[in-house]
Ligand binder design. Structure first.
Ligand code: HEC
Ligand code: HEC
Ligand code: HEC
Length: 161
């Protein structure tokens, strides 16, 4: 009995270790040098903002099929990953005032953390959804089940409390 429990545990640990190794390979970092949170991260507004919506339960590791830099686009691949709302990144806490210079305004606008999150999260999910709809409309035979695109509506990300 004890032996079978031990075997089960060993397999479990092995799976964790090989899973992490796969991530390490993809990111080309030594895993003991960086702490990567897995499971669901609660994404809430930064300190100083009164939330209008509930926090988003973001399944971090379910997105690891993408390279880390898809989202952590300023990360050098070695040092600690900065939070999205770190200083000089998406550190603006309120809606930017409209300026006449459209280009400059766009760069400035994405510093507003809400725009940054919505642009990245919703755009990708919406893109997959559009691709799926295109495939469904086409007369091509769809062999594999279409990939679920991830949520695109407000309440799917910010559930009503
Ligand atoms: C794919 C997930 C996703 C979808 C869909 C989404 N949001 Fe968000 N939203 C986020 C994330 C992530 C943040 C940043 C974390 C936070 O502030 O909660 C955010 C932030 C916000 C904020 C600022 C923080 C706050 O609570 O005041 C508001 C307001 C908001 N969203 C409203 C909406 C509305 C309205 C919709 C639908 C039109 C929507 N969101 C759709 C993920 C999403
Ligand atoms: C789909 C987007 C996405 C992908 C892909 C992604 N992450 Fe993240 N990651 C996030 C978000 C969003 C957070 C929360 C950041 C915050 O709170 O500001 C986060 C947080 C982190 C943190 C904690 C940062 C902190 O604030 O302390 C680390 C470390 C991290 N990610 C590493 C990785 C690594 C390594 C990979 C690749 C295997 C990866 N991430 C892939 C979106 C992503
Ligand atoms: C580059 C593409 C991409 C980006 C960027 C991305 N997602 Fe996703 N997301 C996906 C895909 C694909 C799925 C479906 C995954 C699956 O089926 O396991 C998904 C699934 C989800 C789910 C549903 C998971 C569940 O089990 O309920 C949530 C919530 C989610 N994403 C939130 C976010 C948030 C918040 C962000 C921004 C911080 C984000 N995503 C950024 C591609 C993306």
């Amino acid at each position: 009995m004890l032996k079978s429990i031990m075997t089960a545990m060993a397999v479990y640990i092995f799976l964790i270790a090989s899973g992490l190794a796969a991530v390490a390979e993809k990111t080309e970092v030594t895993m003991d040098a960086i702490f990567v949170p897995v499971g669901r991260l609660a994404l809430a507004p930064p300190v100083g903002v009164t939330p209008k919506r509930s926090a988003v339960a973001f399944p971090h590791s379910r997105h690891f099929g993408y390279t880390c830099k898809t989202c952590h686009h300023k990360w050098d691949g070695n040092s600690q990953v900065q939070s999205c709302t770190a200083s000089k990144c998406h550190d603006q806490l309120s809606v930017p005032v409209k300026s006449k210079k459209v280009r400059a305004n766009r760069l400035e606008a994405i510093r507003y953390y809400k725009y940054a999150f919505h642009q990245q999260c919703i755009s990708c999910h919406r893109e997959i959804k559009l691709q799926n709809e295109k495939l469904e409309r086409s007369r091509k035979k769809i062999k594999e089940p279409l990939q679920w695109p991830g949520p695109t509506s407000c309440v799917d990300c910010h559930p009503r409390e």
